[in-house]
Design a protein around this ligand. Structure first.
Ligand code: PLP
Ligand code: ZN
Length: 392
């Protein structure tokens, strides 16, 4: 079970108590969970991991939940790390792997974050949750809230993929479709939550979703026998998965499980919504609100991310980069991935393949480097995006 000690503000460093509901720090910074890694180092061996559950809960000592009964699991995590058979050879990447998050419950890696966050809601006695979402977080929230028997209030853009709308309704969530983006949805949650008695589960405004997402970093290390790859491609919306993996690497080093070597972290965005790429290119520590954000990769349609400074820090410290691709490029690349490997990816996963093509062409990466692409969701949730490519 958990070895949580406290939470720490990522912006000002202030310490906050564990075992309580939290949103942001008084300073507006997101809170990160801290564990007693020194003690764990003595009492927990990475050799024991494979005998744990076949889900992300095999990492329970570095997750925040303290009561086993509070754990709401649908089998999230321990997703396949697939060695490419044809794609890598064709595009000139000899050691190319796909971490396929599309096989998670609800078809995206959002299941990891919400399994953890909803479990903490159960542990801390929350009865009603609210979430603004670009799509997949809503679907996962609805599913885990249903499994936990708590009430879910979901706010998402009116033009979210049909799959996201239907899955939320099917799971009995209260759904409000908003004429606007996730940022507008977030404002609606913020303005109503006090009066309605909702707990706000907005990404990073709540400290536990990132803990679930970080398990993507633990798993890739475990699956490569505790050697991290040379580069990781991550489709970056709010960037929480990337921040989470970066946190996981630091934790594993403190546990004595991995060396100080880090992969180049590569944040991939859509040309129609690339605030973090812009900030990276301009050498700025934070991004600015990206006006008129538009892309079919709904998970990447985040015009301003609360954790932008943490993404930019991780990318820079790792000697990685940020890169944008067009919607056409991501669909094309996703279809190639499906054709070569049988993995039908979300456009976000396709974006990573397209970005890899560019970084091999530019010489930023070499054919010999070990590369992992995160396909964060299933193509089956984005049929509208693929339909024009395959008219009947
Ligand atoms: C939410 C989402 C993303 C972006 O995730 P962050 O960790 O917030 O950057 C990427 N891909 C898919 C499929 C998503 O649902
Ligand atoms: Zn603070």
């Amino acid at each position: 079970m958990t070895t949580i000690t406290h939470l720490e503000c990522a912006a000002c460093g202030k310490r906050h108590e564990a075992g309580q509901l939290h949103n942001l720090c008084e300073c507006g910074g997101p809170l990160l969970v801290r564990y007693d890694l020194d003690k764990l180092r003595e009492g927990w061996s990475r050799e024991w991991i494979p005998s744990g559950p076949t889900s992300m809960w095999r990492y329970a000592p570095v997750l925040p939940v303290s009561k086993p009964a509070a754990m709401i699991s649908l089998g999230e995590g321990m997703t396949p790390l697939v060695h490419t058979k044809r794609l890598g050879a064709r595009i000139g990447s000899e050691d190319l792997w796909v971490k396929d998050e599309g096989v998670n419950p609800t078809g995206s890696f959002k299941a990891r974050g919400l399994s953890c966050a909803v479990s903490m809601c159960v542990e801390l006695g929350v009865k009603k949750v609210a979430i603004p979402s670009a799509g997949n977080a809503a679907g996962a929230m609805a599913a885990y809230a249903a499994a936990a028997g708590i009430e879910a209030h979901i706010f998402m853009p009116r033009d979210v993929p049909q799959a996201n709308y239907i899955e939320c309704r099917a799971a009995g969530a209260h759904v409000t479709l908003v004429d606007g983006l996730i940022s507008d949805c977030a404002k609606m949650v913020a303005s109503r939550k006090d009066q309605e008695g909702w707990f706000d589960v907005s990404t990073l405004k709540e400290p536990y979703r990132i803990e679930g997402k970080k398990t993507m970093g633990y798993e890739v290390a475990e699956q490569f026998r505790w050697q991290l790859p040379d580069a990781i491609f991550y489709p970056c919306g709010g960037g929480v998965g990337l921040i989470g993996m970066w946190k996981a690497f630091a934790e594993m080093e403190a546990l004595g499980w991995i060396s100080s070597k880090r992969p180049k972290m590569i944040a991939v965005q859509a040309e129609g919504c690339a605030p973090i790429v812009k900030a990276f290119e301009e050498g700025k520590p934070r991004s600015e609100f990206f006006e008129h954000a538009e892309t079919i990769a709904s998970g990447l349609r985040v015009p301003k991310a609360l954790g932008d400074f943490l993404v930019l820090d991780a990318v820079r410290q790792s000697a990685g980069t940020c890169i944008a691709v067009s919607d056409e490029e991501m669909i094309e690349a996703a279809v190639e991935l499906a054709t070569d490997e049988g993995i039908f990816a979300a456009p976000e996963g396709g974006a990573c393949v397209a970005a890899l093509n560019k970084l091999l062409a530019s010489g930023f990466l070499t054919p010999q480097e070990r590369i992992v692409i995160y396909n964060t969701g299933s193509g089956l949730k984005y049929l509208e995006a693929y339909s024009p490519r395959f008219p009947r």
